[in-house]
Design a protein around this ligand. Structure first.
Ligand code: GLU
Length: 228
């Protein structure tokens, strides 16, 4: 089991906080790690195989710009441990970034369906279908929350997911089924994580998501919904 950490800050830079949060999840075990942030209408990603500290020395995670971002430590289930298979995963246009814990059991079928409609996959993971599904629903004019909900309804298996989208740069949208996910409520900052250990130094106020919960996390609040 691996880890997710994300944060939305009113001020400041998300990346150093995400890297520190991911370090707190190292005990869960992982083979690769990565971060994505939003700044100036673009998504920025750094990821690779290996330990967080070594990757940080090589890539400098902390210079990723922006106050909103997500991070992941991966325990590979589909696709070998490698940079391309490390999370976050992007849609075709690099506008949506997704991190995922769990296993999407129907990913092969979804992948074939999406490829038949012209989507180009970069990785061998089950996770990448989520980014392309969200891309499709956004392309139909839905907002990020609705696109994530529609995508989640297509998934069979276990997931905790956290998603950012350059078109709605102030938020992280999360969804959970059979993989743990917790929202942390801070002061001028809110968090999403696999485990409270990742944000306990910033806040002890937490909302534990249940199966079928979907959440929108911004710097000043959290909205929770149920997947119908
Ligand atoms: N199944 C996904 C993968 O292999 C996520 C694994 C995980 O939970 O880290 O990339």
């Amino acid at each position: 089991m691996c880890g997710i950490f994300g944060c939305v800050l009113a001020n400041g830079r998300a990346a150093p906080m995400i890297r520190t949060g991911l370090k707190k999840l190292e005990y869960r075990g992982y083979d690769s790690a990565g971060l994505a942030t939003i700044y100036g209408g673009s998504i920025f990603v750094k990821k690779g195989k290996g330990k967080i500290d070594e990757l940080h020395q090589e890539l400098n995670f902390d210079d990723l710009p922006g106050a909103v971002g997500i991070g992941h430590t991966r325990w590979a289930t589909h696709g070998a441990p490698s940079t391309v298979n490390a999370h976050p995963h992007l849609d075709c246009h690099g506008l949506v970034a997704v991190v995922h814990n769990g296993i999407i059991e129907n990913f092969q079928r979804l992948r074939e369906e999406l490829e038949a409609r012209g989507h180009v996959f970069k990785s061998r993971t089950d996770t990448e279908v989520i980014a392309h599904l969200i891309e499709e629903y956004l392309g139909m004019g839905k907002d990020l929350l609705q696109a994530v909900m529609d995508a989640a309804k297509r998934l069979k298996g276990s997931y905790a997911i956290a998603v950012i989208y350059s078109g709605e740069p102030d938020k992280i949208v999360v969804a959970r089924n059979e993989s743990p996910l917790v929202i942390g409520l801070g002061d001028g900052m809110n968090f999403v994580a696999s485990d409270v250990a990742a944000f306990i130094e910033h806040t002890n106020r937490a909302i534990f998501l249940q199966n079928g919960d979907v959440g929108v996390v911004t710097a000043d609040g959290v909205r929770l919904m149920r997947l119908e």
